[in-house]
Design a protein. Sequence first.
Length: 174
Amino acid sequence: MKNILITGQSGTGKTLLIKKLADIFKEFNPQGFLTLELKEEAIVTGFGVISLSGESKIISHPGLKSKHAVGKFRIDLKGFETFLSNAFTKDRKTGLYFIDEIGKVECQSKKFCRLVIELFSSDQPVIASMADKGSAFIQEIKKRDDIQLVELTVENRDQLIKELTMEIRDLLLE
């Protein structure tokens, strides 16, 4: 299976794992993004994204002007969708894709959901992280027959980086 979907409780290190894998495989010109929690005094105040090429964007925060929201967080859908167009460019050859994360905020964007399906259906491997629970779309992705579902825990994260590095290397060399 060419797609790897990493799940796990909040705080287990899904984003860090995706970042490490993107660094390990940078020679394959990966495309994608990491999701960042914005915090003030240890309280989550919003979420941002940063592309593997370094562009960043705040996509949700209580202070944003938007009719779209998840809980108290307003979502900048237009800004997120523009960010996606830059993070996943068709004119740049890539060997694999990284998506951190397929979550409630990101899934508010129909463009994002279409992109996820398109990438999972492409010839290149996709390494993605996903919340344990979520929308119908999240559950649908988990049921795909072209993904390997991997659960990340604090106990297995060091071993998992080694195992996934070997698996991804094998996928890229096929």
